[in-house]
Design a protein around this ligand. Structure first.
Ligand SMILES: Cc1cc2nc3c(=O)[nH]c(=O)nc-3n(C[C@H](O)[C@H](O)[C@H](O)COP(=O)(O)OP(=O)(O)OC[C@H]3O[C@@H](n4cnc5c(N)ncnc54)[C@H](O)[C@@H]3O)c2cc1C
Length: 403
């Protein structure tokens, strides 16, 4: 195996895998490569505090939990994360439980914030002597079609050219990696939704034991949690709405109304620590490779958060990519690299469908269409009444073993 180390001092460096982005995909990839003795350098545009505080996803599939354990980064997750054995679907003011272990042969999910995963991955990587550089700017990808692609960037006042064997574009939807691929090489698939989610993080114990998805005439609402003292709640809103139109009182009033059920239950309020509105979209780019550049995570695909798949897909991509790269170093075989895009995209499209399906079942779509409302209610009733339908939701939610 070639063993090049980035010296970190000169303006011309070499590493085996240059990784753009220190989100879940980029950080996990650097860990998985290190397990195979493969060097990497991770380039991150933001500062460390920023990426460690960025509140996003929070549901980890069993496969993601297993991978964090395998690389030795699961200790705090098991101590502080919350294992959940189901979710609740609410409609017609009535709660219904989907029991994951009973429907999936014992599988569960873990609630542990993405920012905590990122903190753990950064700490472990730096402790192992990994090269993660924050606050880099002007990242540019060149020669991606050659055997030695180059990442140019500015860091600590110096312009650096990082020569690589491979580049992994893990820089999210708005990153530069996807843009480095000629448009003619890519096929893009899009779906925009006529709504967004207003999300809040509140310093209050969760009012429900499990993640609760609610369908109402006024739109969708979701109760989730990050810890025994931190709740995450969402409301379906107009994607162009201004958060200034939503003082805290209005948010809590709307949550009370949408989440209400006929049995004895109430929502507990607390101080709102963060709030914001996020538009919802589905997006896939194919293939996830051009020459020696491989895209992973949000750089290649976005799902609406309804299926809790975004971070899990990012981690699943790099698990496939790390094996393919390791196989190349071990054997010189291109097979894994050639199959990466198609292999990753099989899981991506399953998650795309599941996320679209959950989103379509649970949200109100603009015009008041009574026919669509009856279809949604029928689908919800079928999902909670039929073990086969409930099992389909459950196995997609906890993460499919085979796709
Ligand atoms: C507001 C929001 C809320 C979300 N909520 C949920 C949720 O509730 N459930 C769910 O499952 N998913 C959610 N997601 C999706 C989930 O967070 C993502 O799927 C996940 O972060 C993907 O990981 P990633 O590593 O591919 O990308 P990212 O986490 O986006 O990481 C990319 C990294 O690249 C860096 N970067 C970007 N450009 C450059 C550049 N030019 N140079 C260097 N670095 C660069 C970024 O700063 C970032 O750190 C949410 C996403 C957003 C944006």
């Amino acid at each position: 195996m070639a063993a090049f180390a980035a010296d970190g001092n000169g303006s011309d460096m070499h590493t085996q895998v240059g990784i753009v982005g220190a989100g879940p995909a980029g950080l996990m990839l650097s860990h998985l490569l290190a397990r195979h003795g493969i060097d990497s350098v991770v380039l991150e545009a933001r500062d460390r505090d920023y990426v460690e505080a960025r509140v996003r996803a929070g549901v980890l599939e069993q496969g993601t939990v297993d991978l964090l354990d395998e690389i030795g980064s699961g200790e705090r997750m098991h101590r502080e994360g919350l294992v959940h054995e189901g979710i609740e679907l609410r409609f017609d003011r009535t709660p219904h439980r989907i029991d994951f272990p009973a429907l999936t042969g014992g599988r569960t999910i873990m609630l542990y914030g993405q920012q905590e995963v990122v903190k753990d991955l950064i700490a472990a990587r730096l402790a192992a002597g990994g090269d993660v550089r924050f606050e880099v700017s002007d990242v540019r990808l060149d020669k991606i079609d050659s055997a030695e692609p180059v990442l140019s960037f500015r860091h600590d006042g110096r312009d650096i050219d990082l020569r690589c064997d491979f580049i992994a574009g893990c820089d999210g939807f708005h990153g530069v990696s996807r843009e480095a691929i000629p448009r003619s090489e890519l096929t893009e698939y899009h779906r925009e939704y006529p709504f967004g989610w207003l999300g809040i993080l509140a310093a209050v114990a969760p009012s429900a034991d499990e993640v609760t998805y609610t369908y109402t005439d006024r739109g969708f609402a979701l109760m989730s949690l990050r810890s025994p003292t931190l709740s995450r709640l969402y409301l379906q809103v107009d994607p162009n709405d201004d958060i200034a139109n939503w003082p805290d009182r209005r948010i809590w009033d709307e949550l009370h109304t949408r989440l209400a059920i006929d049995s004895d239950w109430s929502l507990t309020e607390g101080p709102i620590l963060e709030k914001g509105i996020t538009a919802m979209r589905s997006f896939v780019v194919e293939p996830m490779r051009c020459g020696r550049l491989f895209l992973a995570g949000d750089a290649a695909h976005i799902v609406p958060p309804t299926g809790a798949k975004g971070m899990n897909l990012a981690i699943a991509d790099v698990a496939v990519l790390a094996d393919a790269i390791a196989h190349w170093y071990d054997s010189g075989s291109e097979t894994g690299l050639d199959e990466y895009s198609a292999t990753a995209l099989r899981r991506v499209w399953r998650a795309q469908h599941f996320s679209w399906w959950m989103t379509s079942m649970l949200h109100r779509f603009g015009d008041d269409d009574p026919y669509q409302r009856q279809l949604q209610l029928s689908q919800l009733r079928y999902t909670v009444a039929s073990p086969a339908a409930a099992a389909s939701l459950a196995e997609n939610y906890v993460g499919l073993l085979k796709v």
